[in-house]
Design a protein around this ligand. Sequence first.
Ligand SMILES: NC(=O)c1ccc[n+]([C@@H]2O[C@H](COP(=O)([O-])OP(=O)(O)OC[C@H]3O[C@@H](n4cnc5c(N)ncnc54)[C@H](OP(=O)(O)O)[C@@H]3O)[C@@H](O)[C@H]2O)c1
Length: 231
Amino acid sequence: MKHVFITGASQGLGLALSQYFSERGYFVYAGCFSKDAELFGPGKVLRGDLSDEQCVASVFSGIETLDLLINNARFCPSPRDPECSESEWWDKNLVVSLKGTYLCSLAAMKLMKTRRQGAIINISSIRARVANDAARIPYGAAKAGQLNLTVSFAAEGAPYNIRVNALLPGVIETENLNARVPPERLAEVMRNIPLGRAARMEEICHAAFFLAENTYTTGIALNCSGGLLMD
Ligand SMILES: NC(=O)c1ccc[n+]([C@@H]2O[C@H](COP(=O)([O-])OP(=O)(O)OC[C@H]3O[C@@H](n4cnc5c(N)ncnc54)[C@H](OP(=O)(O)O)[C@@H]3O)[C@@H](O)[C@H]2O)c1
């Protein structure tokens, strides 16, 4: 049985990934922070703040074997908290997506190197590759940073048969989408998506599954955005 650690598995895409990989026979380590995570089969809930180095070490002490890490957790940038200073806003956006991805990747690589196999998927965003509105500049910077972590860890991992890839969704139909984005803004966003709709969560899970299972793909950023970003 393969083992996957999915960060941010309490809701949204992480929860869907947890169910998707569970249904395909994976043992799921489901990461969460402020809420609990649900399990859909064999697995274990791992709670902790992944932006904190000691917490990451303690979370990884609960993992015995690891075939796949999915760095999915993030701080949600919508809507912007009006109480935050620019500096606080920058830090909030970067610590989970970027520092958390770095710390978890280091810990996962250590486990995977001993077995000379493994894979890491960084859930980035097309925001890494486009100009962002003022409130989402730090978020875009964090997501762009994940792309450099992807190629750097891919190069480091390749001699150990560890593959590292990124996934770039556009807009995902998560349970919180309507709550996070005002209806008029959402309608405008949808008009700009060439395929005319947000991604269903299983479509993003399917792309992640390809990156998990395809043994000759490493160092790529897979754009799965309905044409919102065209390479
Ligand atoms: N939603 C979209 O349309 C969209 C589009 C493009 C890319 N993406 C990317 O897809 C991924 C999932 O998005 P989503 O909308 O499903 O996310 P989300 O609903 O905002 O959920 C974020 C997850 O991250 C966890 N988290 C937050 N802070 C944490 C911390 N300090 N330590 C550990 N975990 C922490 C949360 O855990 P708790 O709830 O337990 O606190 C939650 O499970 C993200 O990387 C996002 O950038 C999403």
